[in-house]
Design a protein around this ligand. Structure first.
Ligand code: PRT
Ligand code: ZN
Length: 293
């Protein structure tokens, strides 16, 4: 019997590629060495990766050429806003929590545009015409949408448009171009997509469960510390997202206990400083490699 292998469309190169490969690696997918520029085979699971441009990922999944895809929500929803048909049969199987950014309206800092309503009869440059049009027309605003393939941030300076609608992550690009964001059209992150009517498949289900474990363990830490017995409640209140810490005796110390806890929320340096201020000592923060609920 021939083995059924699933295909996952992944960005070949770019901002999504690194996070996608890191996630697959953490989920235990070992890629075989291969010269093929398009297809990479996993040597330990019945799956193959198809390496393509991010813009093509939704079509590859919608057409059935791939079973899953890892793509930014911005790309998925833009294609769905822009085109009817098969792309609307796609759904998000899992939010992956990386490549976070936001599609924002922005205009020159020293200009007169400060909200979406100010865009009436103005020109807005964007690589996301579908989402921009939908956002503005839902608010009854008629603007002239100017589609650009890239370098959208230079459009106001070049008098191509009055405002832009572009992806922002740190905000440095807007800043360097004298622009300020005033409204968010879409918050985006990398997501795993599939066809709504795709039959259930075992490999896909395993992979999604493993991805969930990787995502959960990203900020989850294991904390070990010694605490004065009479400050135990204070320590427990500080530990971020710790459900039921283990409290154990410390040999030769009646006034001190050892606390072990799984913290599901971010542990910052300030968390350690707070723990220290209530008497905790010998504080260790360890990463959790794998998790399964
Ligand atoms: O070749 P291919 O078509 O596959 O790649 P691409 O060039 O179209 O996309 P790529 O690799 O640049 O981005 C892939 C995906 O990463 C996007 O679709 C988003 O989902 C996500 N992402 C996350 C971003 C950003 N952050 C981001 N900051 N994509 C683009 N940017 C750009 C933005 O367009 C602007 O020019 O970075 C600039 C702004 O960044 P800041 O940090 O200055 O605000
Ligand atoms: Zn692209």
């Amino acid at each position: 019997m021939t083995e059924t292998r699933i295909k996952i469309a992944v960005q070949k190169k770019g901002r999504l590629a690194e996070g996608s490969f890191a996630l697959l690696d953490k989920a235990g997918v070992k890629l075989a060495y291969g010269k093929d520029q398009l297809l990479r085979r996993a040597e330990n699971m019945a799956l193959d990766l198809m390496l393509i441009r991010d813009d093509d990922i939704p079509s590859f999944v919608a057409s059935g050429a791939c079973d899953y895809g890892i793509v930014g929500e911005n790309v998925l929803y833009e294609l769905q806003a822009d085109r009817a048909g098969r792309l609307n049969d796609l759904e998000v199987a899992l939010e992956l929590g990386f490549a976070k950014c936001a599609l924002k309206l922005a205009a020159p800092k020293d200009g007169t545009i400060a909200c979406a309503a100010d865009l009436e009869s103005k020109a807005v440059a964007t690589s996301y015409p579908g989402l921009t049009k939908a956002y503005l027309s839902a608010r009854g605003i008629r603007a002239d949408i100017i589609e650009m393939g890239g370098s959208v941030e230079v459009a106001p300076r070049m008098h191509i448009a009055d405002a832009i609608c572009d992806l922002v992550s740190t905000g440095a690009t807007l800043d360097a171009n004298g622009l300020a964001a005033f409204e968010t059209v879409l918050e985006s992150q990398a997501v795993m997509i599939k066809r709504k009517d795709a039959p259930k498949d075992v490999i896909g289900d395993i992979l999604i469960e493993r991805f969930k474990g990787v995502i959960a363990s990203r900020q989850t830490k294991y904390i070990l510390l010694n605490a004065p017995k009479d400050r135990l409640d204070d320590v427990r209140n500080i530990l971020p997202g710790a459900q039921a810490p283990t409290v154990a005796p410390v040999v030769g110390r009646d006034d001190v206990v050892a606390v072990h806890a799984v913290c599901t929320e971010a542990v910052f340096w300030s968390t350690l400083e707070q723990l220290k201020s209530v008497g905790a000592q010998s504080i260790l923060v360890l990463p959790i490699e794998k998790m399964m609920a």
